[in-house]
Design a protein around this ligand. Structure first.
Ligand SMILES: [Zn+2]
Length: 235
């Protein structure tokens, strides 16, 4: 009869792990706060939306699936690895996790991602009339060029596939008849982009009702970007 293997000694906890915990806790709080802001701004309702941050080379924090994000608590923020396996916390990660992981893989500069269902922006995709780029200065500076990804079944691999052609060059992506994805170097930047997208969509809708909805001319966009310290648009 084979002997039971001797229990292996527990390896000492690496020093960097202890140091990383306060940062992880702070990011969990930031994810919770971001979800509450998304709900307060009516950018999500019920169980809609999901938020993630990059924690390290192979670690991310992401919201759990099926939770009303307006009432999200720290226990609903899970740590996952690059394959989407949960490494801390209970519950299932967001059904749109693959979309987040695809965006992080495509964009090493991205540290945070916000996915929401902004009503006006989505309505304009239903109407086949998404907001034009560069409608107002904050659109040029905060959003850049908005991508429009064709409809894909939510929660499936169709969604990351529909986004793949746009991830390298866009920080703000509209998902036809579904929602939007905002990428950022911080959660605050990604949230600002989502909030600005919906405001710009409302401006586009109102402008069309009032008459014309035309973008800023290219030279005006260049001046706006220069004044904001942003690189000129490639044309
Ligand atoms: Zn969604």
């Amino acid at each position: 009869m084979a002997r039971a293997p001797r229990p292996r000694a527990v390896p000492p906890r690496p020093a960097h792990r202890a140091r990383s915990l306060p940062r992880e806790r702070a990011l969990v709080s930031a994810v919770v706060e971001t979800c509450h802001r998304l709900a307060a701004l009516d950018l999500i309702g019920a169980g809609e939306g999901n938020v993630s941050v990059r924690l390290g080379p192979d670690a991310f924090l992401v919201t759990a699936s099926g939770v009303n994000k307006g009432q999200l608590r720290p226990g609903h923020v899970l740590r996952i690895d690059g394959d989407g396996a949960v490494t801390r916390g209970a519950g299932r990660p967001s059904t749109e996790l693959r979309m987040h992981l695809a965006a992080y893989a495509a964009r090493p500069d991205v540290e945070a991602i916000v996915h929401a269902h902004p009503i006006t922006a989505v309505a304009l995709t239903v109407a086949g009339a998404p907001p034009p780029n560069d409608l107002v200065p904050e659109a040029a500076v905060t959003l850049g060029e908005i991508a429009l990804a064709p409809f894909a079944t939510p929660g499936t691999g169709e969604v990351p596939a529909s986004l793949a052609p746009y991830l390298a060059r866009h920080d703000v992506l509209l998902l036809e008849r579904h929602g939007a994805l905002a990428l950022g170097r911080t959660l605050a930047e990604a949230l600002d982009r989502m909030e600005t997208l919906e405001r710009v969509a409302r401006i586009a809708l109102a402008a069309r009702l009032a008459g014309r909805c035309t973008p800023l001319p290219g030279d005006a966009v260049d001046r706006v970007l220069l004044a904001a310290g942003k690189p000129a648009r490639k044309r």
